[in-house]
Design a protein around this ligand. Structure first.
Ligand SMILES: Nc1ncnc2c1ncn2[C@@H]1O[C@H](COP(=O)(O)OP(=O)(O)O)[C@@H](O)[C@H]1O
Ligand SMILES: [Mg+2]
Length: 271
C-alpha cells in the first residue's frame, strides 16, 4: 500500500501545511505518505501547527486525521484550539478515551459526511486499561499501532499526528529505540499514512531527536524561538524534505485571525 511511483513530478500529491507562505517553500506542501518530524522546544506551537493541518485538511479535503496525544489531555487540546478560534461545528470531532468505544467511533467516521478529527487521549486510555497490566515494554507502542491500524483498515485514515515521539520513548521504555523506531516508521509507511511526529528538542536546538529519527524521517520542520533583544520571535524552517525542492531559509511564524503565516524579509524588530 506504499505510495505509488509517479511518471511526472506534478503527479506527486502534496498535503499543505496550511501555513501561508510556507507551502510555497515546499513546492505546495509535504508529499503524501511522508513521515515528517515537527521539531522544536516547548511552546513553539508544534502541537498547534500539527493540529492546524488536520483541521484544515478535514475542512478543505474532507480528510480524516488522528491526533494521538501522549502528554496533553483531550480537554486541554480542545480548549487550546477553541482559544485559537477553531470552529468544531465544521468537522466531525471524535474523542477517543476508551478503547471499548472504538468500534462505535469507526461507525461514526464511516457515516460522517464531513472531514473527521479523532483525538486519542492516551492518558485516559492508560487509566482505563491499567488493570490489564499493559505497562510493560512496547505495550504503548502496540496500543498506538492497534488504534491506527483499526481505523485505517475499518474506516479511513489519511493523516496522523503523534504528540509526541519523545513521550512515546519515555512511556514505551524501548529496549532498542533505534530498531523499534525503525519499525514504527515502517508500519506507518506500509499503511501509507501521512504522519507528523512531534519531537521535543532542547531549548538551544542543539540536536533533533536521540534515536536517529532525523535520518529515518522523510522531512524535518524545525520551529524555534529567536531572541531579538527583548522580543521573542517564533521562526520556522524546512531542515529536510525528501522529494521536494525546498527553500531552507528561516521564516518568522505568526498566528493571527485563525491562520498561520510564515513571513520573510523585512526589518528585525527593535534593531
Ligand atoms: N490564540 C492564540 N494565538 C496565538 N498564540 C497562542 C494562542 N493561544 C495560545 N497561543 C500560544 O501557543 C503556545 C503553545 O502552543 P503549543 O502548540 O501547545 O506549543 P508546543 O506544542 O510546541 O509546546 C503558547 O505558548 C501560546 O504562546
Ligand atoms: Mg505540544
Amino acid at each position: 500500500m506504499a505510495e505509488p511511483i509517479v511518471k511526472k513530478k506534478d503527479e506527486i500529491i502534496r498535503i499543505k501545511t496550511h501555513i501561508s507562505g510556507f507551502d510555497e517553500a515546499l513546492q505546495g506542501g509535504i508529499p503524501r505518505g511522508h513521515i515528517t518530524l515537527i521539531a522544536g522546544s516547548a511552546g513553539t506551537m508544534k502541537s498547534s501547527v500539527s493540529f492546524n493541518i488536520l483541521y484544515n485538511e478535514a475542512i478543505e479535503n474532507k480528510r480524516t486525521g488522528l491526533y494521538l496525544s501522549m502528554e496533553q489531555s483531550y480537554s486541554s487540546i480542545i480548549n487550546h484550539m477553541i482559544n485559537m478560534d477553531y470552529d468544531f461545528t465544521k468537522v466531525n470531532l471524535i474523542v477517543l478515551r476508551d478503547l471499548s468505544t472504538l468500534a462505535k467511533d469507526i461507525r461514526n467516521i464511516n457515516a460522517s459526511t464531513t472531514g473527521n478529527i479523532i483525538i486519542a487521549d492516551v492518558g485516559c486510555i492508560r487509566k482505563e486499561i491499567k488493570d490489564v497490566k499493559l505497562d510493560e515494554n512496547r505495550s504503548w507502542l502496540n496500543v498506538m499501532k492497534n488504534i491506527v491500524k483499526k481505523i485505517k483498515l475499518e474506516s479511513k485514515l489519511d493523516l496522523f499526528v503523534l504528540d509526541s515521539l519523545s513521550a512515546l520513548h519515555v512511556l514505551s521504555k524501548f529496549n532498542n529505540p533505534r530498531i523499534e523506531l525503525f519499525y514504527v516508521f515502517e508500519f506507518l509507511r506500509d499503511l501509507n499514512i501521512t504522519s507528523y511526529m512531534i519531537t521535543e528538542t532542547p531549548l538551544d536546538g542543539s540536536k533533533i531527536g536521540d534515536f536517529n529519527e532525523d535520518f529515518l524521517s522523510d522531512g524535518i520542520i524545525y520551529i524555534h524561538l529567536a531572541s531579538y533583544r527583548r522580543k521573542q520571535i517564533r521562526e520556522i524552517q524546512v531542515k529536510k524534505m525528501r522529494t521536494t525542492s525546498c527553500n531552507h531559509d528561516t521564516f518568522s511564524l505568526d498566528f493571527r485571525n485563525g491562520k498561520f503565516y510564515a513571513e520573510y524579509g523585512g526589518q528585525n524588530p527593535l534593531m
